[in-house]
Write a protein that binds this ligand. Structure first.
Ligand SMILES: [Fe+2]
Ligand SMILES: [Fe+2]
Length: 335
């Protein structure tokens, strides 16, 4: 195994505080009311470890001064109790729609930031409970709205592709790969239907990882070296969860099932090769490896994407569709 190969799997989401989900402070809009209890990570006297303290109660006004003070103190994320996650999701959905409708406001990027954060929180909610078909359906609807947002609007598409989170967790990975895949499909001239199918598949492609016992970051999972371990089951697990979403294009779960197949037959779970792997699954493989390698979520980060692309062309070139990879490089050059 070449130690330079990129890891191709994100190690699951950091469970920062059991019972709470974290989200970006920038998603709380000044002047609106807190949709749920908002907590902050804080160091308390006599406690060596940071703890969560209540910063706002549900319904309290989010004042510009409060938000500004936190941002100036370097706070980027806040926390919501899991039992109030649906309230937060409804708030983010509403606020992103309001901001997008009035995009001439103070911050023209606010709508994009909120839409990104809403989709991220939808995916976090799905990852917390992948058997919840209603939440999975909510995430799928959110992805369709994202495609609506970016398909015909060059400015919004570029803005969304530039704001990919570096949070290094499974939710960020799913959303980033989703946006990259939709942009890539559009660049390839694929139909909107195909782009949406690919975007949906990427959004949920690693859903099956939440069932695994995650090793620490030093035990990064390298493709193909843990034969026989449960990791090889995650594409099937994710596919089976997606079967719980009503009215989903059947191509989506099939794509998810194929996202670790390599052209030379060395992938998993079926060891498909060559023509047996469709163009969309080939594109999914490229986007997945690229996002994993550049996010640093597995401990190895290619701060220079060019270095990663060279590895993808030379070290693992036999896994990937060369022509698609060349077009992916061109697509990246346009972001
Ligand atoms: Fe995967
Ligand atoms: Fe992945």
């Amino acid at each position: 195994m070449n130690a330079q190969l990129p890891t191709t799997e994100i190690i699951g989401p950091p469970n920062l505080y059991p019972g709470f989900a974290h989200f970006a402070l920038r998603a709380l809009v000044p002047g609106s009311d807190a949709p749920c209890e908002i907590r902050l990570e804080s160091l308390l006297p006599n406690h060596p470890e940071p703890r969560l303290v209540v910063a706002l109660t549900r319904g309290a006004e989010i004042t510009p001064a409060w938000r500004q003070r936190l941002l100036q103190s370097g706070v980027t994320h806040v926390f919501a109790p899991l039992e109030e996650l649906d309230l937060l999701l409804a708030y983010l959905s509403q606020q992103s729609q309001l901001a997008l409708a009035g995009s001439a406001g103070e911050d023209p990027m606010l709508g994009c930031h909120l839409a990104y954060e809403h989709a991220l929180c939808c995916l976090k909610a799905a990852l917390l409970d992948p058997r919840n078909g209603r939440r999975l359906g909510l995430g799928a609807a959110t992805v369709r709205k994202l495609v609506d947002m970016i398909w015909d609007n060059h400015t919004t598409r570029q803005a969304m592709l530039k704001m990919l989170s570096r949070d290094q967790d499974l939710a960020s990975h799913g959303l980033n790969t989703c946006l990259l895949a939709v942009g890539f499909a559009r660049c390839l001239g694929w139909s909107r239907l195909a782009a949406e199918r690919l975007g949906l598949a990427m959004f949920y492609h690693d859903l099956g990882l939440v069932d695994l016992d995650h090793p620490g970051p030093d035990d990064a999972i390298w493709d193909g070296i843990r034969e026989g371990t449960a990791i090889e089951d995650h594409p099937r697990l994710a596919r089976d969860y997606l079967l719980g979403i009503k009215d989903l294009d059947p191509g989506v779960p099939e794509l998810v099932y194929s996202h670790h197949e390599n052209l030379d037959g060395s992938g998993y779970p079926r060891g498909l090769a060559g023509e047996a792997i469709g163009a969309e699954a080939r594109a999914a493989r490229i986007v997945d490896i690229y996002e994993t390698g550049t996010s640093g979520a597995c401990g190895r980060q290619y701060s220079n994407p060019y270095a990663l692309l060279l590895v993808m062309r030379n070290e693992i070139g036999l896994w990937l569709d060369r022509s698609l990879l060349e077009q992916f490089v061109r697509f990246l050059g346009q972001i």
